[in-house]
Design a protein. Structure first.
Length: 176
């Protein structure tokens, strides 16, 4: 019985390690959420996954972050945003595997200043590269930024499948 309890404890530890593999992305890196930044280039090649976090840094009152549909993203339409975050840092946790769209709703910041971001969110452990033309929005939820920088993402992502296999083996052992 003691060994079974130890296996269950180990399974819990492995599960926690897998959950910790989420990545925090600072949108625009050091340039932040600002006018004149090429967010298509910034997102290209990054793997966004469910559980990852986007952090939009900007001077509060100067910009905002609107979660919008594909058509609103394309037309920089601010009238029917699904969510508006006005305080920086605006933190969004990616909660669904789909395409998600963000724009700045201040004046002409989206249409003239390029403040729009589209990300393709994969279902987990690696996601998929973000194309420049995704097709439908997701629903973010505000959270507190946490975790290491995205530069360590490949190492953490590579550990995800190994942790899942180890968890499966431990679960089978615990059941016997």
């Amino acid at each position: 019985m003691a060994s079974r309890s130890a296996l269950i404890a180990l399974l819990v530890a492995v599960s926690c390690a897998a959950a910790a593999s989420a990545v925090t992305f600072t949108v625009g890196d050091t340039q932040g959420w600002n006018l004149g930044v090429d967010y298509d280039t910034w997102a290209r090649g990054k793997n966004f996954s469910v559980g990852d976090t986007l952090v939009f840094n900007f001077p509060t009152g100067t910009h905002d972050v609107l979660v919008v549909s594909k058509s609103d993203y394309d037309g920089c339409n601010t009238g029917s945003a699904m969510n508006t975050i006005q305080t920086s840092p605006a933190t969004v946790t990616l909660t669904s595997a789909d395409n998600q769209y963000y724009i700045c709703g201040i004046s002409t910041h989206c249409s003239s200043g390029g403040m729009k971001l589209a990300v393709n969110v994969g279902s987990g452990s690696g996601g998929s590269p973000s194309p420049s033309t995704p097709s439908a929005p997701g629903t973010p939820s505000p959270t507190t930024p946490a975790g290491p920088s995205p530069s360590a993402a490949p190492a953490r992502r590579a550990a995800g499948p190994a942790l899942a296999v180890a968890a499966g083996v431990l679960l089978k052992l615990a059941l016997f």
